[in-house]
Structure formats: C-alpha cells, structure tokens
Design a protein around this ligand. Sequence first.
Ligand code: F3S
Length: 401
Amino acid sequence: MYLTKREERILEGEEGEGKRLAMELLVAIGEAFEAERLIPITRAHVATSAQEGDTYWAERLAKGGARCAVRTTTNPPWDYDFFSRIAELTEYEISLLHRTVDAYRRLGAVLSFSCTPYVLDNVPSFGEHVAFSESSAPPYVNSVLGARTNREGSPSALASAVIGKTPYYGLHIDENRRANVVVKVEASMEGPFSYGLLGIHVGEIVGSGIPYFRGLPRNPSKEELVYLGAELATSGSVAMYHIEGVTPEAALMEEPVESGAEVIEVGEEDLRDTLERWSESGGRISSVILGCPHYTYEQLVEVARILGGRRIHPDVDLYILTSRHALEMARRSGVLDVIERAGGRVVADTCIDQPVFRKYEGTLGCTDSFKNAYYRTRRGQKFVIMDVKSCIEAAIRGEVR
Ligand code: F3S
C-alpha cells in the first residue's frame, strides 16, 4: 500500500508510540484488503464496550500519547451512577468500566455513550468518508445518509480516529456499493418491529451482501430504518442496503436485475417462520428490555402512550435504554414521569450486553429487538420477541400468553 512521507514517519514512530500502533493496524488492514492508499476521514464512532480487549487497545494508544484527530463519538458501556446502586457487580467489572472511560477521555473522544450517533450527534453528510464501528451504524450511515464507511471493529475505528484516515477499500469505492441481491417484499410493513423482522430474515439469507429492497413503503420513519439495518447486521453482516424510491443511492444504480443480481421474495409466511425460530413462545417473564439500539425520544413517547396510566406487574422490571439527550428531553417533557410512575426505568449510557443485567440470566424476558435477544441469549437469558405494544402489555400482565 502506498504511504505518504508523513504516513511513513508515523509508522516509524516519529509522532509517538500511540500513533505508530494505530498506523500499524491501518496498514495491516489496508494490505489485507489490497487498499491502494489511505484516505482522510471526517469523523468516527468507536464501540466503547468495557470489554478487556477493547479497553486494552484504547489504553495502549492513550499511553502512547495518541489523541483523536477527528470528532469521535462513543458507544455505551453502562451507567455507573444508575447501576452501582441496584446491580450486583464485581470489583473487576467496576474497575474495567472506569478504565474504559478514562482511556477514551485521555484519547479525546466525545463520551456520548450512545449506539445511535447517526440519528443524534454524529451525522455524516452524503459522500463523507468516515469510520464507524457499532454494527447498526454502517447500514444507516451508508444506506440512509449516503456517507461511506466499512463495517469497522472498535480497534480499527479507533485507529482511524487517531490517524484521521482509513484504508481505501470496500464501501469507500463506488463500484462496491451496488446491490447484488434484489429482495421483493410482499409482506405488509409497519413499525420498527416489522422492519427488524425483515432485517433478521434477509440478513440470514444474504450474509455480507448488499440487498436492494422493492415493495417497501416510500416514507419509512428513522426508527424503522434503524431497526432494519441493526437486524440485517445481526443475522448477517450487511453494511449497506438500498430501498427503491427511498435511499439516496438506489436511484443512482443501474437496474440491479440486469446487472445479474439474484432475486428473493419475502412474504408474510416467511417472516412468521423466522420469528418462530428466533423467539421463545411464552410464559412468566422477569423483565422487558427495550432500546437496542437506543430508543429515540419519539419511541419513549410511544411507550408512555401505550402505558396509558397503567402500572407494570410487580414481578417484572421494565428497562428502556436510550441516549442521554432523549432521556433529558423525556424528563423535561413529562414523558419520563409517566413511565416511572408505571414502574419503568429509562436508562442512558448503557448497552444490553453488559453485566448489569446479570440477575435476569436463566429467566425469560421480552424485547422488541432481535439484536438484544441475540446478545443476551449468549449470556443465558431467553426472550419472547414481539412489537413494543405487545411487550408493554406483557410487562403489565407479567407473562406472555
Ligand atoms: Fe446498542 Fe448495545 Fe444494542 S450498543 S445496539 S444496546 S447491543
């Protein structure tokens, strides 16, 4: 891979050990993917997951004097102020959280702790080259915003943030952004849950492909598109999709069928079968966990509306994960009060895949997110997966019938 004189000097350590390590990783990735050079990025998002490998890398870069060269937001770990009072946590888990936050602070990252920066406070424009980790981010950034990122891991996104550059390969290049499978949707779509179900179904079929959706409504909400992308990237590793008449690059593409793309059809029955495979069928529940990816303010309003003054069952804990911004808007607007009076908890800065939810392992929960079920099932908690209204009704009854 071609390096400029300055990039070579960074690789030789002339600008410090932290930048040398970051450059070494970018060069290794670039050579693996046969990138011809590095290109500048304008912003980044890194997954601050409070897990040892991620934190080790961040600490090494920080200790080597590295700083983020571009605006870099961060994914959620867990909220110490909220959970240290109510969750059983080990000394090690608490210290890992503090080490993670400290390392990213020293690196000069924006400690935003949200997994939906792309609808919030780190929104690239059409054509911008960026480096975003967090699996739900590349599908939204590439497909809905028309900016360009590969499906970065936390280490590579952080390396790009420090150098301000990324290897020029994959979705940064025009010809790699074309669809290679057409998905004809014959099922009715309404609400984030149905888009999420479509995403899980199609992700399993296309793997790392780029689907081109036909037959979807022309005016999806941002929440529906967030769920579609998050679930395409859960059962598959989709980093980009097109929706006919909706996403900006769909109209720029040549007819995908004529360019040899495979065609698949998705009907109501296909989605029902997929849901049956992913979801538990029912029973008494211990928890309802919503907000993976983080709920928007509008979704918090929707929860308050569904609750309608009713209280949730005393044996059930209702958690809704969201951004600090949406939580504060909900507080000011009285929405938080409605949810808390019902017995629900709205929490910022927190990911579902953290030890703070340990007490629910071995029990049955409810969620509207396949991604939530996927990660938490690996920690021993099973889920009935259904739309938000059904989740709230189950929280009130204490069971899924
Ligand atoms: Fe967000 Fe964690 Fe889900 S980062 S998307 S709550 S797995």
